[in-house]
Design a protein around this ligand. Structure first.
Ligand code: FES
Length: 158
Protein backbone atom coordinates (compact mmCIF):
# COMPACT_ATOMS: atom_id res chain seq x y z
CA UNK A 1 0.00 0.00 0.00
CA UNK A 2 1.28 3.49 -0.85
CA UNK A 3 2.50 5.53 2.08
CA UNK A 4 0.12 8.30 3.07
CA UNK A 5 1.45 11.74 2.20
CA UNK A 6 2.51 13.64 5.31
CA UNK A 7 1.89 17.39 5.70
CA UNK A 8 5.56 18.05 4.90
CA UNK A 9 5.34 15.98 1.72
CA UNK A 10 2.21 17.83 0.65
CA UNK A 11 3.78 21.22 1.44
CA UNK A 12 6.90 20.48 -0.61
CA UNK A 13 4.77 19.20 -3.46
CA UNK A 14 2.46 22.23 -3.36
CA UNK A 15 5.43 24.56 -3.82
CA UNK A 16 7.13 22.22 -6.31
CA UNK A 17 10.16 21.81 -4.07
CA UNK A 18 11.25 25.40 -4.68
CA UNK A 19 13.88 26.63 -2.26
CA UNK A 20 12.54 30.16 -2.61
CA UNK A 21 9.26 28.92 -1.10
CA UNK A 22 10.84 27.70 2.14
CA UNK A 23 8.84 30.09 4.33
CA UNK A 24 5.55 29.14 2.68
CA UNK A 25 6.43 25.44 3.07
CA UNK A 26 7.17 25.95 6.77
CA UNK A 27 3.87 27.83 7.17
CA UNK A 28 1.96 24.91 5.67
CA UNK A 29 3.67 22.46 8.02
CA UNK A 30 3.11 24.67 11.05
CA UNK A 31 -0.57 24.99 10.12
CA UNK A 32 -0.98 21.21 10.22
CA UNK A 33 1.07 20.28 13.29
CA UNK A 34 0.80 23.68 15.09
CA UNK A 35 4.59 23.55 15.32
CA UNK A 36 7.58 22.43 13.25
CA UNK A 37 8.56 18.88 14.23
CA UNK A 38 12.21 17.99 13.68
CA UNK A 39 11.55 15.02 11.33
CA UNK A 40 9.45 17.30 9.11
CA UNK A 41 12.29 19.84 8.95
CA UNK A 42 14.75 17.07 8.05
CA UNK A 43 12.45 15.94 5.26
CA UNK A 44 12.17 19.49 3.88
CA UNK A 45 15.94 19.94 4.11
CA UNK A 46 16.53 16.91 1.91
CA UNK A 47 13.60 17.48 -0.41
CA UNK A 48 14.48 21.06 -1.35
CA UNK A 49 18.21 20.71 -0.76
CA UNK A 50 18.61 23.42 1.89
CA UNK A 51 20.90 22.71 4.88
CA UNK A 52 19.02 21.89 8.09
CA UNK A 53 20.89 24.67 9.92
CA UNK A 54 19.50 27.23 7.45
CA UNK A 55 16.00 25.91 7.98
CA UNK A 56 16.40 26.19 11.76
CA UNK A 57 17.71 29.72 11.20
CA UNK A 58 14.48 30.68 9.43
CA UNK A 59 12.30 28.78 11.91
CA UNK A 60 13.80 30.59 14.90
CA UNK A 61 13.88 34.02 13.24
CA UNK A 62 10.13 34.30 12.65
CA UNK A 63 7.95 34.46 15.73
CA UNK A 64 5.11 32.81 13.79
CA UNK A 65 7.05 29.53 13.85
CA UNK A 66 7.40 27.29 16.86
CA UNK A 67 9.78 24.40 17.40
CA UNK A 68 7.76 23.23 20.42
CA UNK A 69 4.30 21.66 20.25
CA UNK A 70 1.65 24.36 20.68
CA UNK A 71 -1.85 24.27 22.11
CA UNK A 72 -4.89 24.30 19.86
CA UNK A 73 -5.62 27.90 20.93
CA UNK A 74 -2.98 30.59 21.30
CA UNK A 75 -3.82 33.15 23.96
CA UNK A 76 -1.84 36.35 23.44
CA UNK A 77 -1.83 39.00 26.15
CA UNK A 78 -0.61 42.48 25.22
CA UNK A 79 1.91 43.95 27.64
CA UNK A 80 2.54 47.17 25.67
CA UNK A 81 2.47 50.58 27.38
CA UNK A 82 -1.13 51.47 26.52
CA UNK A 83 -2.35 48.13 27.85
CA UNK A 84 0.03 48.22 30.80
CA UNK A 85 -1.43 51.45 32.17
CA UNK A 86 -4.84 49.78 32.12
CA UNK A 87 -3.73 46.77 34.18
CA UNK A 88 -2.58 44.23 31.62
CA UNK A 89 -0.36 42.81 34.38
CA UNK A 90 -3.49 41.89 36.35
CA UNK A 91 -5.00 40.35 33.21
CA UNK A 92 -1.86 38.30 32.59
CA UNK A 93 -1.81 37.13 36.24
CA UNK A 94 -5.38 35.93 35.89
CA UNK A 95 -4.59 34.18 32.59
CA UNK A 96 -1.65 32.41 34.26
CA UNK A 97 -3.86 31.40 37.19
CA UNK A 98 -6.80 30.27 35.06
CA UNK A 99 -4.68 28.30 32.60
CA UNK A 100 -2.10 27.15 35.15
CA UNK A 101 0.82 28.03 32.85
CA UNK A 102 3.41 30.77 32.34
CA UNK A 103 3.91 32.69 29.08
CA UNK A 104 5.67 30.48 26.54
CA UNK A 105 4.04 27.35 27.99
CA UNK A 106 1.23 25.05 26.85
CA UNK A 107 -1.43 23.38 28.99
CA UNK A 108 -1.10 19.64 29.50
CA UNK A 109 -4.28 18.94 27.54
CA UNK A 110 -2.68 20.83 24.60
CA UNK A 111 -5.67 23.17 24.45
CA UNK A 112 -3.96 26.50 25.22
CA UNK A 113 -0.59 28.17 24.75
CA UNK A 114 0.04 31.49 26.47
CA UNK A 115 2.09 34.27 24.85
CA UNK A 116 2.80 37.92 25.54
CA UNK A 117 3.49 40.68 23.00
CA UNK A 118 4.42 44.35 23.19
CA UNK A 119 1.57 45.78 21.11
CA UNK A 120 -1.22 44.29 19.09
CA UNK A 121 -2.01 47.53 17.29
CA UNK A 122 -5.33 48.04 19.04
CA UNK A 123 -4.13 50.26 21.88
CA UNK A 124 -7.45 52.16 22.20
CA UNK A 125 -9.09 48.87 23.21
CA UNK A 126 -6.55 48.02 25.92
CA UNK A 127 -5.98 45.84 27.74
CA UNK A 128 -6.17 43.55 24.74
CA UNK A 129 -6.13 39.74 24.65
CA UNK A 130 -6.22 37.82 21.38
CA UNK A 131 -7.23 34.20 21.20
CA UNK A 132 -6.31 32.77 17.81
CA UNK A 133 -7.64 35.57 15.54
CA UNK A 134 -10.30 36.95 17.87
CA UNK A 135 -9.64 40.23 19.67
CA UNK A 136 -11.00 40.92 23.16
CA UNK A 137 -10.84 44.55 24.30
CA UNK A 138 -11.00 46.23 27.71
CA UNK A 139 -10.26 42.90 29.32
CA UNK A 140 -10.34 42.71 33.11
CA UNK A 141 -9.22 39.83 35.34
CA UNK A 142 -12.91 38.97 35.86
CA UNK A 143 -13.50 38.88 32.08
CA UNK A 144 -10.53 36.51 31.64
CA UNK A 145 -12.33 33.66 33.39
CA UNK A 146 -15.42 34.17 31.21
CA UNK A 147 -13.43 34.31 27.96
CA UNK A 148 -11.46 31.14 28.73
CA UNK A 149 -14.64 29.38 29.89
CA UNK A 150 -16.28 30.34 26.56
CA UNK A 151 -13.45 28.81 24.53
CA UNK A 152 -13.46 25.65 26.67
CA UNK A 153 -17.21 25.37 26.23
CA UNK A 154 -16.72 25.52 22.46
CA UNK A 155 -14.39 22.55 22.88
CA UNK A 156 -16.97 20.65 24.93
CA UNK A 157 -14.87 21.07 28.10
CA UNK A 158 -15.71 22.62 31.46
S1 FES B 1 -0.20 48.45 23.73
FE1 FES B 1 -1.65 46.86 23.77
S2 FES B 1 -2.52 46.94 21.80
FE2 FES B 1 -1.01 48.48 21.76
Amino acid sequence: MAKKATPEMKAVEKYEGKRSCLIQILHEIQKEYRYLPEPALRYVSEAIDVPLTDIYGVATFFKAFSLEPKGKHTVTCCMGTACHVRNSAGVLDELKRTLGIEPGETTEDMLFSLETVNCLGACALGPVVVIDDKYYGEVTPVKVKKIIAEVKKGEGKK
